[in-house]
Ligand binder design. Structure first.
Ligand code: ACO
Length: 337
């Protein structure tokens, strides 16, 4: 018969330092480049973002995740020792080895858990919850901690003004637990997809085993993010709409029955286009990119956490989440809180 999975707790954490659009514009002048608060707000909806001080141990990826995880566990009424499994979605790990999940395990004392990182870029949190759901359904795990956390500022090329305006750092966490198969409050449906033919659209070319960082490549910023922004924009609107509609179809829930839409926060114009295509009003869309920018795998869990804590997303309400990211990966999930 199997089991079902429910999100029972959420948490989030951000670094202290705020960087406004005006701060970004000032920094760009160091490289002879121009931007403005008005341009960034009109094209993206972003007003400011948080940037980690990675020299400060408390603002590493796993440290932000630990703060988010503790809050999520508190909300779920669970202790770290009760976690069976940690799934840590990130594309900006503390270290290539060991996994960032291991650093987090050490920090929160989740001694019983087995842990792993997954990299699905901005889709990572949805991939993580859907993976957790499968382990729960099969009876393998009872309590899973899913993290979406990034310190992507480390990969920003400050000489590329289409990149440096977008990204910020942060961490979100969710406790996903076993419930009876027909529970009303559970993950109702999901749809995941990947298209590896689009890998070059968003890439950090050097630093992996394929291309070492040499002084020449460092000087060319090949260890930083490169992106074809306009192409991604188009693919994103199409893919996000498709994933959302397929998920709703699978759940047999029409968009009019949804209470909330929590999309990946990459660009407000992308979100508006997708909400319009799937038939949701912007009043039902949870937005946090104005204050945090694109925090990649962290956007959905942090937005979700904020809306749960401020009372917008209530128990028993139905929520659609939807993301796309480098790869190109994409996925959507609908759940009842
Ligand atoms: N400030 C001022 N002008 C700028 C800036 C800037 N920061 N950036 C670009 N411009 C200029 C360009 O040079 C261009 O000038 P031109 O017309 O004289 O050539 C003009 O503005 C328009 O440039 P576009 O690239 O067409 O601008 P667009 O409206 O597409 O906005 C943006 C660029 C914001 C990057 C947009 O394409 C976007 O958001 N794309 C999606 C990116 C995305 O979502 N990435 C995350 C993926 S998720 C993950 O996995 C991490």
């Amino acid at each position: 018969m199997g089991y079902a999975a429910r999100i029972t707790g959420t948490g989030s954490a951000f670094p202290e330092r705020r960087m406004t659009n005006d701060d970004v514009a000032r920094k760009l002048t160091e490289f002879g480049l121009e931007t403005s608060d008005q341009w960034i707000q009109e094209r993206t909806g972003i007003v400011e973002r948080r940037i980690s001080n990675v020299g400060n141990e408390a603002e590493r990826n796993s440290s932000l995740a630990a703060r988010a995880a503790i809050k999520a566990l508190e909300m779920a009424g669970r202790q770290a020792e009760e976690i069976d499994q940690i799934i840590y979605a990130t594309c900006s790990p503390d270290t290539p080895l060991p996994s960032t999940a291991c650093w987090l395990q050490q920090k929160i004392g989740a001694h019983r858990a087995w842990v792993m990182d997954i990299n699905a870029a901005c889709s990572g949190f949805i991939y993580g919850v859907v993976t957790a759901e499968q382990f729960i359904r099969s009876g393998h795990s009872r309590t899973v901690l899913v993290i979406g956390a990034e310190v992507l500022s480390h990969y920003i090329n400050w000489q590329d003004r289409t990149i440096c305006i977008l990204f910020g750092d942060g961490a979100g966490a969710a406790v996903v637990e076993r419930v009876a198969p027909r529970s009303r409050r559970r993950v109702l449906a999901s749809y995941l997809s990947s298209d590896g033919t689009l890998s070059e659209l968003l890439i950090v070319p050097a630093g992996g085993s394929a291309l070492e960082v040499t002084p020449e490549r460092y000087a060319q910023n090949l260890h930083k993010i490169r992106m074809s922004g306009r192409e991604i924009f188009k693919v994103a609107v199409r893919t996000l709409s498709e994933c959302a509609l397929r998920t709703l179809e699978q759940a047999r829930i029409p968009a009019v029955k949804l209470d909330w839409f929590v999309p990946h926060q990459a660009n407000l114009r992308i979100i508006e286009a997708v909400a319009n295509r799937i038939g949701m009003s912007m009043d039902q869309v949870i937005i946090n990119l104005d204050r945090y920018g694109n925090t990649s795998a962290a956007t959905i869990p942090t937005a979700l956490d904020e809306a749960i804590r401020d009372g917008r997303i209530k128990e028993g309400q139905t929520v659609l989440t939807d993301a796309f990211g480098a790869g190109l990966t994409a996925g959507a999930m609908v759940f009842r809180r």
